[in-house]
Unconditional design. Structure first.
Length: 317
């Protein structure tokens, strides 16, 4: 069942687990995510980036996500706009029936220039004014999560300033705050080992003890999934993501939503590459999209269990 994101976030926050938020662009991804949530009895966020909205021509993906909610009324699920960068795109998402939106005020609409604290606050307040009366939850971002996002090129990490975070939430009472503590989007996060700024997170949580926090760029880039891609002709250089144990430790510091996209991309790509390598004669899309869907489902289920979300679906009223 589709519910406002806040209902899931608050339950996760008060019960010390994190909800997994997984990106989708097509039917197989939506099915994999809802199947994993149903199998583990977890609430879940299905999130749609601006690129995904465009790729799916707005209504297709919305209708597929609504179909998932209809198929599984027992699973509390938020349909979430990931990295909205303008009031216009937020309005589009809300018009489509999204139950949660992110306004990413870390960069301007061109994706090239950092927004000032004041401008970020202003756009976030405008989004709150629009979303709140419509029952839609709002996530904002302070600091800059690094890496690649559509339209934004490669962004430099700008760690969130805890004092600014406190001031920001006092002035814009959002439902959740995305913070930057060293993660970045994409597969190439760390060269050697995962290093998160845990002391910054602790300070943010101390100053904002009632605000659910959100971790972006949280793929773990599992070596075994990268190995499948490379075994079947891929060329992904050696890289490190965020360790599951480190993600788990952030949950004790107020992190209630953990965003994962890249791990799903790697899982699906490995399965498809393997299928093509082993069956060069086959050409029915169901035969390679099926294993890709299964690989994504396995990854999503593992994350929902690791984040402590499993078993909570029926506890959310
Ligand atoms: O935050 C980035 C997500 O992984 C979405 O990626 O903008 O390429 O759809 P995308
Ligand atoms: P990853 O690239 O680490 O999967 O992060 C996804 C994300 O933050 C989506 O908003
Ligand atoms: Zn993100």
């Amino acid at each position: 069942m589709l519910v406002p994101g806040k209902i899931i976030l608050d339950h996760a926050f008060h019960n010390h687990y994190a909800v997994g938020a997984f990106n989708a662009n097509n039917m197989e991804q939506v099915q994999a995510i809802i199947d994993a949530a149903a199998e583990t009895q977890s609430p879940v966020f299905i999130q749609v980036s601006r690129g995904a909205l465009q790729y799916s021509r707005l209504i297709y993906l919305r209708n597929i996500i609504q179909a998932a909610a209809e198929e599984h009324p027992e699973i509390p699920m938020a349909m979430h706009l990931d990295h909205g960068n303008s009031l216009a795109v937020v309005k589009t998402a809300i018009g489509l029936g999204f139950t949660s939106v992110m306004i990413d005020g870390s960069l301007d609409e061109s994706g090239k220039k950092a927004l000032s604290f004041t401008d970020n606050l202003a756009i976030t307040q405008a989004v709150l004014d629009y979303a709140r009366p419509r029952g839609v939850s709002v996530e904002a971002e302070l600091g800059t999560i690094g890496g690649v996002e559509d339209g934004a090129g490669v962004k430099r990490i700008l760690v969130t300033d805890p004092a600014q975070a406190e001031q920001f939430v006092q002035q814009a009472p959002i439902d959740s705050l995305a913070i930057a503590i060293g993660t970045s989007h994409g597969a190439y996060k760390f060269k050697e080992k995962c290093e998160l700024q845990h002391s910054v997170l602790q300070d943010i949580h101390r100053r904002l003890p009632t605000t659910p926090l959100v971790m972006h760029g949280s793929s773990s880039v599992p070596a075994e999934l990268v190995a499948i891609v490379n075994r079947y002709g891929g060329q992904m250089p050696d890289t490190k993501g965020v360790d599951i144990e480190q993600l788990q430790s952030t949950i004790q510091q107020g992190v209630s939503k953990i965003n994962v996209d890249t791990d799903g991309r790697i899982a699906m790509t490995g399965a498809i590459r393997q299928f093509f390598a082993e069956h060069p004669d086959k050409f029915d899309p169901r035969e390679y999209l099926g294993p890709a869907r299964a690989a994504l489902k396995a990854m999503v289920a593992a994350r929902l269990i690791a984040f402590g979300a499993a078993g909570n679906a029926s506890k959310i009223k």
